[in-house]
Design a protein around this ligand. Structure first.
Ligand code: MEV
Length: 311
């Protein structure tokens, strides 16, 4: 039996990617179709890791695993769990570098597994702080949105470091589709930072608007205003394109989704690759939208039905 286990899920950003980095509000939802599971076993010898990307001694892990390694070290220290003799097994169905939160989900599942080993019930805050240690190693200046969203079963509003669970009565399906192109969050964030330095007034007015769209979307979710939410999603995509974080592939998928009956669509996550999210009012339209997205070049897709509780 495992000494400790941890589970987290993917997330998608409904509103507010990039503007959240500058303190504006954002909304993220869990994507339970994709998950991250960690099991820690006692096998003896030097600490080892087993994952899709690397299996071997912790000490030999490549730099692509710098985030998870930072999470392991932080959690081992925080919960007083020595690493010697452990086999840390990371099982993930979340594709990496698609803006779906795989790095925060990995760190989050590792932190849960180490807390479990120490028989500790940790607060959300304690969990968040440890995940952010790993996220800073992986991403530089993460807003913290991924750390919160990958550890949540409900939609969350993230505003200036404060998190609130969001009520949702909206009936519909969010279709998330992958361009097949790696997202480049770090590059996109750096590009926007330069743009904001060069044209501060222009950029800040757009970032403000993205934050405002996120705040208005809170009521759309609570009061089941699908059409209004769709319009806001499409407006957000237009602004994100102006800010240089979209790509040709993302724009093609957004157009295809709306043409197939989506109420709105936008890129989701860091952009310049990665995924789009489209809102479909019914399961039948979600199926049409999914088909159209694949015809337009999407390599994979997932559906989040707002009426199915996340476990
Ligand atoms: C990445 O999932 C979302 C960004 O807003 C970056 C961040 O929040 O740190 C692009």
């Amino acid at each position: 039996a495992a000494l400790g286990t941890g589970h987290t899920r993917a997330k998608f950003i409904l509103m507010g990617e990039h503007s959240v980095v500058y303190g504006h509000s954002a909304i993220a939802l869990p994507l339970p179709a994709l998950s991250m599971d960690v099991e820690v076993h006692a096998v003896g010898g030097a600490a080892r890791i087993r994952s899709e990307y690397f299996s071997g001694p912790l000490a030999d892990a490549p730099s692509t695993l710098a985030g998870p390694i930072a999470a392991i070290n932080a959690a081992s220290g925080a919960f007083d769990v020595p690493l010697d003799g452990l086999l840390i097994d990371i099982e993930s169905s979340i594709p990496a570098e698609r803006g779906l939160g795989s790095s925060a989900a990995a760190a989050g599942a590792l932190v849960h597994a180490f807390a479990d080993m120490a028989h500790r019930r940790i607060s959300d805050r304690e969990h968040y702080d440890l995940v952010q240690v790993a996220e800073r190693v992986a991403h530089g200046t993460p807003s913290g949105l991924d750390a919160v969203a990958t550890n949540s079963r409900v939609p969350v509003l993230f505003a200036g470091g404060i998190t609130a669970a969001l009520p949702m009565t909206l009936q519909g399906s969010f279709v998330i589709a992958d361009t097949g192109v790696r997202g480049r969050t770090r590059v996109a964030v750096a590009g926007l930072r330069r743009l904001r330095e060069e044209r501060p007034v222009w950029a800040e007015s757009r970032l403000d608007r993205l934050g405002r769209l996120a705040e208005d979307a809170v009521a759309d979710l609570a009061e089941a205003r699908g059409e209004a939410l769709g319009v806001r999603m499409s407006e957000a995509h237009g602004i994100l394109s102006e800010l240089g974080v979209s790509s040709r592939e993302l724009d093609v998928l957004v157009t295809a989704a709306t043409a197939a009956g989506a109420l709105g669509a936008k890129l989701t996550g860091g952009g310049q690759g990665g995924c789009v999210v489209a809102l479909a009012p019914t399961p039948a339209i979600a199926a049409d939208v999914t088909r159209a997205l694949h015809v337009a070049g999407a390599t994979r897709s997932w559906v989040y039905d707002t009426m199915v509780p996340v476990t």
